[in-house]
Write a protein that binds this ligand. Structure first.
Ligand code: ZN
Length: 334
């Protein structure tokens, strides 16, 4: 091999080496690129998966939160419902809203009791008496009645007249509820000329007065108070047409009110010439008036806690004792 040939061989070797080196570099670059892009892709997948997981978690979390929110909303609703059964001063009311829950066991359906006393329905139950006081609230009388009822441990139903409900009436009403009595209504004005002009029932006045009295009671006792019991001033028995279509009874029923009269009375609001003048006469009046009725095992006794009814207050203990000793239990109307 001459020099020329030697140089040729060396050049060729160098060329080959350079090609090899270039190949390695290019391969390396490709590898590097591959690794870089692949890694990035792989990372991207991981990242995305992670993100999805996080989203899922977030969603699950949200739905958990939603569930929690729903539950707490429900709890709020429940406590609202419970709150709805309370008066503004915290007394727990019955479903009807006209007496406290604790009085439920001796609260009777007004329409049913009405049917019994009028012998429209047969009564086979225990002897039961409903003491009822109309025309209050009357400071000086209502509180004395409440004292006696408390002492004798018996409940009564108070038929409130709306116009008596000034701000001073509030503690009397609260006491009536608190001590287990029932609250009913007896019109707003108690004015026969407004309610029954020319002895004809004015159904729109009757309706207005019922609504006005209930809304005044709600103002004093809280929105949750309500009553389903009404007594017509003068009594249902005194006026014609109340039971005809579209008249008083039907309109009151549309307001959730049932009316009731009585089948026994103390006579404390009767004309002077027949009104009892002492305790014996009054007790006798209660017994005699009941004796005229066919149904005597259910007694609804009409009395008044209006101004001047001191004889009623004085006679009340004997009236209660009379019913007790004759085996009557005491109920309230709802
Ligand atoms: Zn009255």
């Amino acid at each position: 091999m001459n020099n020329e040939e030697k140089i040729k061989v060396m050049k060729n070797r160098r060329k080959k080496r350079r090609r090899r080196e270039n190949f390695i570099i290019i391969t390396a670059v490709f590898l590097a690129l591959f690794v870089f892009l692949g890694g990035k892709y792989a990372l991207g997948v991981i990242y995305q998966n992670k993100k999805q997981t996080q989203n899922k978690e977030a969603k699950t979390g949200n739905s958990k939160e939603n569930t929690e929110t729903n539950t707490s909303e429900k709890q709020t609703e429940n406590s609202k419902e419970n709150a709805e059964k309370k008066t503004s001063n915290g007394l727990e009311l019955s479903e009807s809203g006209s007496h406290i829950k604790a009085a439920d066991s001796y609260a009777y359906d007004t329409a049913e009791i009405r049917d019994y006393i009028m012998s429209k329905k047969e009564y086979t139950g225990k002897k039961i008496v409903f003491l009822t006081f109309d025309d209050g609230v009357t400071p000086g009388i209502t509180d004395k009645v409440l004292n006696i009822l408390k002492e004798k441990q018996v409940p009564a139903t108070f038929f409130i007249v709306g116009k008596t409900l000034n701000d001073q009436a509030k503690p009397y009403l609260e006491r009536e509820l608190k001590e287990g009595h029932g609250i009913a209504i007896h019109s707003f004005s108690h004015d026969y000329n407004k309610l029954y002009p020319n002895r004809v029932p004015n159904v729109s006045v009757i309706k207005q007065e019922a609504e006005k009295t209930i809304s005044r009671l709600k103002e004093l006792l809280g929105e949750n108070f309500n009553t389903g019991v009404w007594r017509y001033p003068g009594g249902h028995m005194s006026w014609k047409g109340l039971d005809t279509a579209g008249n008083g009874d039907e309109v009151l029923k549309s307001l959730g009110l049932e009316w009731i009269d009585w089948n026994s009375l103390s006579g404390d609001a009767e004309p002077q010439k027949v009104r009892p003048t002492n305790k014996d006469e009054m007790l006798k009046y209660v017994k005699t008036s009941l004796s005229y009725w066919k149904q005597q095992n259910v007694a609804v006794v009409l009395m008044h806690d209006s101004q001047g009814k001191n004889l009623t207050v004085e006679t009340l203990p004997s009236i209660i004792d009379y019913f007790k000793s004759n085996g009557y239990e005491f109920g309230i109307l709802k």
